[in-house]
Design a binder for this molecule. Structure first.
Ligand SMILES: Cc1cc2nc3c(=O)[nH]c(=O)nc-3n(C[C@H](O)[C@H](O)[C@H](O)COP(=O)(O)O)c2cc1C
Length: 282
């Protein structure tokens, strides 16, 4: 009972850090351990010099691939990058993340919409469904499997960081990994035994992102400002982005950082890559 109260208190404390709001947690609730891990989520980019057993990795992948799948189509795969050469080649395509070289595990979560039209071919049926929904469903399945892998990894004490940077040069990654038509990377992911506790990143308040019955825009400018201040009080940015273009801001919050980040075109060639993989995005 004492343990349940402590776990409930941990969930509450994590959510205060995350949202700046206290949500009461009933200590008699089932599954508090799992809630504590979910509420306390943080990415990890620093790892101990200790490998992850292949059998454990396979177990976690099997758990991740147990995730729900749209229409039971099973359009997500995991690619384990094990051998030194393809691993090095893929990491070299993400030069802004030198810490990746130290990560014991590197995975690529794939959206795989190649099997579904193949079923039609094998069973001699028409396939009038190569449109945006095919791409979207496979991407969603890939993202769900990635999230489920992170949950499974956290349960055994591993830390992870997803990597959308793997799509910065999607065509080259695709060549290195030998990805066929209608298979594309949703995200990479590095994992290992965490070298430190990491920290909880505050999120936008629930007044902004949790809606009841009807979408409510609210006073977004004020809410973002409040979030910027709350977040900066806990974890101020250590570096400002693109100072040469935008100058040195007296107050540098999340909204300034994201606005600067998205003031540059990012992966504007991804649509062409996906179309080149045989998807029709109409
Ligand atoms: C789909 C996805 C892609 C991501 N890609 C990267 C990446 O390329 N490089 C990186 O350092 N972090 C990446 N991240 C981690 C985010 O930066 C991190 O989740 C975010 O800063 C919030 O921190 P938290 O997850 O600890 O709450 C990614 C996260 C997600 C969900």
């Amino acid at each position: 009972m004492q343990e349940d109260s402590n776990t409930a208190a941990r969930v509450e404390a994590s959510l205060v850090e995350r949202f700046g709001e206290r949500l009461p947690v009933d200590p008699s609730l089932a599954g508090l351990d799992e809630l504590a891990r979910i509420a306390g989520h943080r990415v990890h980019r620093d790892f101990l010099d200790r490998g992850v057993e292949p059998a454990l990795l396979r177990l976690l992948c099997a758990c991740a691939l147990s995730a729900p799948s749209k229409s039971d189509l099973q359009q997500a795969d995991i690619l384990v990058l094990d051998h030194a050469e393809p691993r090095r080649a893929v990491i070299a395509l993400m030069p802004d993340m030198p810490w990746l070289a130290q990560a014991p595990v590197l995975l690529v979560f794939l959206a795989n919409a190649s099997r579904t039209p193949e079923l039609a071919r094998l069973r001699e049926k028409p396939f009038p469904n190569n449109h945006l929904d095919l791409f979207f469903n496979a991407a969603v399945d890939g993202a769900i499997v990635l999230t489920t892998f992170m949950r499974a990894a956290a349960a055994v004490g591993l830390g992870c960081c997803p990597l959308s940077a793997i799509r910065d040069q999607a065509a080259r990654v695709s060549d290195i990994l030998g990805l066929p038509e209608r298979v594309f990377p949703v995200a990479g992911l590095c994992a290992g035994w965490p070298a430190n506790a990491g920290h909880i990143t505050p999120r936008l308040g629930l007044a902004t992102t949790l809606h009841q019955d009807r979408y409510r825009s609210g006073d977004l400018a004020r809410q973002i400002d409040a979030y910027d201040r709350r977040r900066a009080a806990a974890h101020p940015y250590r570096r400002q982005r693109a100072v040469e273009r935008f100058g040195d801001a007296a107050f540098y919050g999340w909204s300034e950082d994201k606005a600067r980040q998205y003031a540059e075109p990012l992966r504007s060639d991804f649509g062409a890559f996906v179309r080149g993989k045989g998807f029709c995005l109409d």
